[in-house]
Design a protein around this ligand. Structure first.
Ligand code: PLP
Length: 424
């Protein structure tokens, strides 16, 4: 199946007389005839369900669809994108371990790594995604367990050189984890470029309708844990909390990572997605390919409009020839980048405030990447406690506006922007 078809059909094939849509198994528990039957599940001897905190059939159908879209072997849904980022890293790195991450990542992921996971004893080195070979080499340590990056960084719109970082990670015997939220598997499949694990905030384009918060982790099934057994004792030595199972031995390359994340992390940390939310996520996924195409077409037209507008000082969009990441976007995202653009209006903070006041269609929201066009002026909202100097230092200037193009008729989006720009 091609990707558009997978969006509709992957993950669930109804049998004769069964429901066409995935069933919502809204049940905490599952019933068995004998204790032996249930015992086998607890020993991971047979597959099946016993408690929704660990696994749920509705969630698994949706996870299987996303695994098929990304070209992976196994996947799990999580309650949020944050949980997906955390689980993907914590499944490999614990106290005393070290992780290399791109410095250009989502702010929530940066806080998770730099504050919360440091408190758990995991050390991080943040590297410029465009750093030199020497700088990248120097970041690796004997206790480095993985490398992390974002296909298109939210909100900086940095396009990550996946192939380069995958090669570097593999040369050091560790996997590359990629947050593919903004690109979606419609525009980029990081596994094809060497990524080993892919994560998403499904809250964004995958759900795509402002309806449900969620996340997903997909395993490529390609990383040979046993070949680097000394680095990954959690996968390659017996798990005493799970009857002495050695995940990499019992489930192989294809299944070890997600089985461990389920059996250990979901069991202990309990960040399961609600089956009802998984159902809504699946509805979003069915139209993902058509929506992403439209988001990109609209964003391209809007970026070109802004780029040639006399009241606009600058535009960042990797689909614009001349953008710092245009060439790299052509390589990794030839069919389209994403719907998010950032730009600045001439006249700085004051002009940006005036512009925002006059918008009629674009919704002012901290959210991005869904059907409704939405817009944010960080200097006046999420970053309002900072001075102009501090804003410039962190790369979010006082004039910066982040615009997420929805799937409305692009003429309506353009008219709204035009009349708001005219008001400055
Ligand atoms: C929103 C976002 C997250 C966090 O996801 P939530 O679903 O809000 O927890 C992670 N990564 C990226 C790139 C995001 O845009």
């Amino acid at each position: 199946m091609r990707k558009e078809t997978k969006c509709i059909h992957a993950g669930y094939t109804p049998g004769n007389g069964e429901s066409r849509m995935i069933p919502i198994i809204q049940s905490t528990t599952f019933k068995y005839d004998t204790s032996e039957d249930m015992g086998k599940l607890f020993d991971l001897e047979t597959e099946g369900y016993f408690y929704t905190r660990l696994q749920n059939p509705t969630n698994d159908m949706v996870a299987a669809k996303i695994a098929a879209l990304e070209g992976g072997t196994a996947a799990m849904l999580t309650s949020s994108g944050q949980a997906a980022s955390f689980f993907s890293v914590f499944n490999l790195a614990g106290q005393g371990d070290h992780v290399i991450s791109s410095a250009s990542i989502y702010g929530g992921t940066f806080n998770l790594f730099n504050v919360t996971m440091r408190r758990m004893g995991v050390d991080f080195t943040f590297v410029d995604p465009d750093c030199s070979e020497e700088e990248l080499e120097a970041a690796f340590r004997p206790n480095t367990k993985l490398v992390f990056g974002e296909t298109i960084a939210n909100p900086a719109l940095t396009v990550f050189d996946i192939e380069r970082f995958a090669n570097a990670a593999h040369a050091h015997g560790v996997p590359l984890i990629i947050d593919n939220t903004f690109a979606t598997p419609i525009n980029c499949r990081p596994i094809e470029w060497g990524a080993d694990i892919v994560t998403h905030s499904t809250t964004k384009y995958m759900d795509g309708h402002d309806a449900t918060v969620g996340g997903v982790i997909v395993d490529s099934g390609k990383f040979d844990w046993m070949a680097h057994a000394d680095k990954f004792p959690g996968l390659c030595t017996p798990d005493e909390s799970y009857h002495g199972i050695t995940y990499a031995e019992k489930f192989g390359k294809e299944g070890a990572f997600i089985t461990k994340a389920t059996a250990q992390l979901m069991r202990d940390l309990g960040s399961i997605q609600a089956p009802m939310n998984a159902y809504f996520l699946n509805l979003g996924l069915e139209s993902l390919a058509v929506r992403v195409k439209r988001h990109c077409e609209n964003a391209q037209k809007v970026a070109e409009f802004l780029d040639s507008h006399e009241k606009v000082a600058w535009v960042t969009y990797p689909g614009l020839p001349g953008d710092k990441y245009y060439e790299r976007a052509q390589k990794y995202l030839p069919e389209g980048v994403c719907g998010v653009i950032s730009f600045g209006v001439k006249g700085g903070r004051k002009a940006a405030e005036e512009f925002m006041k006059h918008l009629k269609l674009a919704i002012i929201a901290t959210h991005v990447a869904d059907a409704h066009t939405c817009i944010l002026h960080p200097a006046n909202s999420t970053h309002r406690q900072m001075t102009d100097e501090e804003l410039i230092a962190c790369g979010v200037g006082p004039d910066l506006i982040r615009l997420s193009c929805g799937i409305e008729n692009v003429e309506d989006i353009l008219e709204d922007l035009e009349q708001a720009l005219a008001s400055i």
